[in-house]
Ligand binder design. Structure first.
Ligand SMILES: C[S@@+](CC[C@H](N)C(=O)[O-])C[C@H]1O[C@@H](n2cnc3c(N)ncnc32)[C@H](O)[C@@H]1O
Ligand SMILES: Nc1nc2[nH]cc(C(=O)O)c2c(=O)[nH]1
Ligand code: SF4
Ligand SMILES: [Mg+2]
Length: 219
């Protein structure tokens, strides 16, 4: 099928597209265009993007071509696809491949429960996986094989036992784990630093990082 034909038939439900800086995780501080997709398969109690969770309400359907045009309006070469849960939109893989083909570096923010074929070992794709209690800490095997970092929200529930789970061990060993205090709250910064200390006593070093955009008053 001709490339143009594939793009015409694929549309995604978009909540918002906007420029900002990457406020979270190992790529923190990078200028980025955010593509926030609509709809999530989970419901985390403290989710800070409630308007992006419903599949039936909110969001606007855009063809891949239209999304690419919108992104090209910004002179920013890093694109963060988030949500909601991006992997819940079946056009994600096509969108990512089109962006990579155009020379963008692409990052996906995901809860890790879902996968789409065609995204294995893709150059210039950085998958950030944030495992969730609301999914009983399940992470799809293909996400574990392809993610570049794990980002855990530090709340009342997160424990060192979760962080030491076998499925997360090589991320710990490779220093690819970020602890992100829920809502930048002082109580969870304190807990994150305690977890970091306990992990370092076991020989693992993890990063404690804020949601920087919230401190800077950026979206
Ligand atoms: C809104 S989610 C969207 C992407 C995907 N559904 C996920 O959970 O990774 C983006 C990131 O924000 C984090 N997050 C959501 N609400 C938060 C909060 N109240 N405090 C800190 N991080 C939060 C998530 O854990 C995730 O890393
Ligand atoms: N500036 C900024 N950085 C972010 N990194 C991940 C975000 C998200 O909601 O996925 C996010 C966000 O909402 N804003
Ligand atoms: S998985 Fe992500 S978007 Fe979905 S409810 Fe949890 S934090 Fe929000
Ligand atoms: Mg956000």
């Amino acid at each position: 099928m001709l490339r143009g034909q594939v793009r015409e038939t694929i549309a995604l439900k978009v909540n918002e597209i906007y420029p900002s800086i990457q406020g979270e995780g190992l790529l923190i501080g990078l200028p980025a265009v955010f593509i926030r997709l609509q709809g999530c398969n989970l419901r985390c109690p403290w989710c800070d993007q409630p308007s992006a969770l419903s599949f039936s309400e909110g969001g606007t359907s855009f063809e891949v071509e239209q999304i690419l045009d919108k992104v090209s309006e910004y002179k920013i070469r890093h694109v963060v696809i988030t949500g909601g849960e991006p992997f819940a939109q079946e056009g994600l893989a096509t969108l990512v491949k089109e962006l990579v083909q155009r020379g963008y570096s692409v990052q996906i923010e995901t809860n890790g429960t879902l996968w789409q074929e065609g995204l294995e070992k893709l150059e210039n794709l950085h998958i950030t996986c944030s495992p969730k209690w609301s999914a009983h800490w399940f992470v799809h095997p293909k996400i574990l094989q392809n993610a570049k970092e794990l980002k855990f929200v530090v709340d009342d529930v997160l424990s060192i036992e979760v962080l030491l789970k076998a499925q997360f061990r090589n991320f710990l060993e490779e220093g690819k784990v970020v602890l992100q205090p829920e809502g930048n709250k002082a109580v969870f910064f304190k807990k994150a630093l305690e977890l970091q200390r306990d992990l370092s006593e076991l020989g693992f070093s993890v990063r404690v990082l804020p949601q920087l955009h919230k401190l800077l008053g950026l979206p």
